[in-house]
Design a protein around this ligand. Sequence first.
Ligand code: HEM
Length: 146
Amino acid sequence: MSDAALMEASLVAAADVDIRLPLFERFFAAFPERRASFISVDAASRRMTDETLQMIHGLAAGEGWVWPLVAELVFTHRSYGALPIAEYDAFIDMTVEELGVAAGPAWTGEAAAAWGRHADALKAMIRKARADWASAMPAGAPQLAE
Ligand code: HEM
């Protein structure tokens, strides 16, 4: 089975669980100072959770829209301050872990490995987008906090 098909099976298995609530609780427990950056956790958590899963799956499926969307995401997130790359990594890892909890027995080793591979690809793409903005547009680029 392809990575994309394995990942679709996990999404179907987790479809009835709203993972954004435990996900954001975990994220804010790890980075409590970031809670104040959110005007509406309810609104942002829907989009951040869905779009993170869509991007990871899109990478597995070879979708060409992932790169421009990531470039835009990194640029618009400059409004929220200098977000350390470690927070992007943690958010992505926590999203995949919460999906795994929600998928239950459908979360096989193969499914976890497929999600992990493309989650790592998304992390690399975010790094590239931050570096490209910094080099193309130093004055307006997202701040590169470590
Ligand atoms: C792959 C990872 C991420 C994706 C796909 C993503 C996606 C999004 C989207 C789509 C929005 C809504 C923008 C809008 O409606 O205008 C948003 C808002 C936001 N994101 Fe992210 N995000 C990610 C990672 C992060 C990280 C690591 C942080 C760090 C804390 C963060 C902080 C925020 C904040 C503060 C908002 C605004 C919320 C508000 O105004 O209430 N995001 N994000």
